[in-house]
Design a protein around this ligand. Structure first.
Ligand code: FEO
Ligand code: CA
Ligand code: CA
Ligand code: CA
Length: 593
């Protein structure tokens, strides 16, 4: 019985052993169901999915590809229902289309890919006996947002000349969202989603800022520039400036226009995780997922209004447009002990202090030589100028609802310490860092709007037998090995759950839970593993279920529809499909108690 297993409350399950099985493996006594797959119809009129009869029109009413971030929002007026929001980071054309010719994609294939990006809103029904979830198709809240849906740019850079194109002279109206990675759920009932590797969609970049953002000078892999000139930066040099933002969506209003919030800066946004100050102002923590890029926060100058009145909703829709954008600088307290090996410093911790360096407040720039608009649109260059700390790929962030401490997943950085690249420092203590680390940050006086913090590394991931790993001081012979932390979430017991992307220990990726307080702090336990080629995304830990997004199953070099590396979730002969999975206890009781 899982209830008898040892562990912190919420983590009493028998850990799943590392494995390479082509399935979702869950602990003994637990069951699972596929909540929704790529292509399942969610809107009225959308057809059932058929791999050989795909169309852009069908896809626009069906669940998108490569689900990443997940949010479940309450729907109190409907019995046992919740609103699921998922985003769809990118498309794997080789795994979507039979006989795909990457040199000559057809217009229909390209338009299917546009429709498979973006976000889905779909109401889900809970089964009363257990934690199973099933989609409610054609619910009036169900919605698809794609690479061609209309978005509004808001905040201090909206309307800037840097954001105007031949199709949008206002600099305020953008079509679509791309490469939505992780995100966050706001206390005012909206979701945030980060536009991450948007650079890959734009051809023929030429400016120094294009270069800093990774926009290549050649054609793109997907060749979208052949079908819409806005993806050709030589023809529309400002179009790439309209991606790389945090988007906000109100899933309760199916007619609302989603917004791109320029006050939160433009970079490869992994995620955006809000919390409130004691006086009710939102603070949003954000990572820029690139080797040697930065960790940021935005502090709003406005207080959230409670309640669901029209007045409150209209007010709260402006919270992320006014405030100050900061970037983090971290200083270790044992610099003499850092040699890039990952050996613990003589004071026993990778730790130190930090400051939040302001970049811009409203229309005022704090960065010499840059206007406020430039700071928002070219945030990476602003952070370069002020000497922010170059991190090992800042991914998802989550503040503990119990302690206020903020956990930042730093997934890896194999270039750390290589020629021409920065060497290890105390927050990023290993050169050629394959496995990543998790940083724990405590704002001074637990005030998220403050300008100083303390930090220490909570986990230095990798093989527990490797002396260059650290599991918060917990005896390492008792932990599940973890590598490449990516998404993070908390359960109601105060345990941190970490999903992985790119495990370098020979096992498939998975989901882990770990206590952050008490004598079990650092005792990490693996809860599930995912199929071949997949990463584990979007974890949500509710009392009765764990929800994960299984992203890019079967994404292995050389794999195709005809030659699949995974047959999940439907078995041999069926096309591999990214899907959302719910895991729950067979006896109907709560997770891990
Ligand atoms: Fe889309 Fe940083 O993972
Ligand atoms: Ca991610
Ligand atoms: Ca130290
Ligand atoms: Ca990732």
């Amino acid at each position: 019985r899982p209830g008898k297993a040892d562990g912190a409350r919420g983590l009493r399950f028998t850990p799943v052993a590392p494995n390479t099985d082509d399935k979702v493996t869950v602990p003994e006594g637990y069951a699972q169901n596929v909540v929704i797959r790529w292509g399942e119809p969610i809107l009225r009129g959308a057809p059932a999915f058929h791999p050989d009869r795909q169309s852009a029109r069908a896809q626009a009413g069906q669940f998108g590809y490569n689900n990443d971030f997940l949010s479940l929002l309450p729907l109190p007026r409907e019995w046992r229902r919740q609103v699921l929001v998922a985003n769809h980071e990118y498309t794997d054309e080789q795994l979507m289309f039979k006989g795909y010719d990457s040199e000559n994609p057809t217009r229909e294939q390209v338009e299917i890919a546009w429709a498979a990006h973006g976000l889905s809103v779909v109401v889900v029904q809970e089964e009363w006996r257990n934690g199973k979830l099933t989609p409610v198709t054609r619910h009036h809240l169900n919605r698809r947002i794609t690479a061609t849906s209309e978005f509004e740019l808001t905040g201090p850079a909206a309307g800037s000349d840097l954001l105007k194109t031949s199709a949008d002279r206002s600099g305020r109206k953008v079509l679509g969202t791309l490469n939505n990675c992780a995100g966050g759920t706001t206390p005012w009932g909206t979701i945030l989603s980060g536009e991450e590797n948007f650079n890959q969609y734009f051809a023929h970049g030429s400016s120094p800022t294009d270069k800093r953002y990774g926009i290549g000078s050649g054609a793109t892999e997907r060749k979208w520039e052949r079908f819409d000139k806005r993806f050709d930066a030589a023809q529309e040099p400002n179009e790439p400036h309209r991606f790389g933002w945090v988007v906000e969506l109100d899933p309760y209003d199916p007619h609302s226009t989603p917004r791109k919030r320029t006050a939160l800066g433009r970079f490869k946004h992994e995620a955006a995780q809000p919390r409130l100050t004691a006086d009710g102002r939102p603070v949003v923590y954000m990572g820029d997922d690139e080797r040697f890029d930065y960790f940021y926060k935005f502090v709003s100058s406005k207080r959230m209004k409670r309640g669901n009145s029209r007045h409150a909703r209209e007010h709260n829709a402006t919270l992320l447009d006014e405030g100050t954008l900061y970037v983090a600088k971290l200083t270790g307290d044992s610099p003499q002990d850092i040699d890039g090996s990952g050996k613990l410093p003589s004071d026993g911790e990778f730790d130190g202090s930090g400051v939040w360096i302001p970049l811009a407040t409203g229309d005022t720039s704090h960065v010499p030589g840059m206007t406020a608009e430039e700071v928002y649109v070219f945030t990476r260059l602003a952070a370069d100028k002020v000497g922010a700390t170059k991190m090992d790929r800042p991914e998802d962030v989550e503040p503990s609802p119990r302690t206020g401490r903020v956990y930042v997943a730093l997934t890896n950085n194999t270039n750390r310490g290589k020629d021409g690249h920065p060497a290890a420092d105390e927050a990023n203590p290993r050169n050629l860092n394959k496995h990543g680390q998790v940083l724990e940050l405590a704002e001074h006086w637990d005030d998220p709007s403050g300008d100083g913090f303390a930090w220490r590394l909570f986990l230095v991931a990798g093989d527990p037998e490797d002396p260059a790993t650290y599991y918060a001081g917990f005896p390492k012979e008792k932990v599940s090995p973890i590598s490449c932390p990516d998404n993070v979430a908390f359960d109601d017991h105060g345990n941190l759950w970490i999903s992985t992307d790119g495990n370098k220990l020979g096992s498939h990726d998975g989901l882990f839970g770990v206590a952050t307080r008490g004598e079990r702090r650092g005792e990490i336990k693996q809860f599930l593993t995912v199929p071949a080629g997949a990463e584990t995304c979007g974890p949500i830990i509710q009392d009765r279920r764990v929800l994960v997004a299984v992203q890019h199953p079967g994404e292995v070099d050389g794999a195709s529809v005809e030659n699949p590396a995974s047959v999940w979730p439907d078995g041999p002969g069926r096309i591999v499909r990214p899907s959302v999975v719910a895991v729950y206890r067979k006896d109907g009781r709560d997770i891990g108690v």
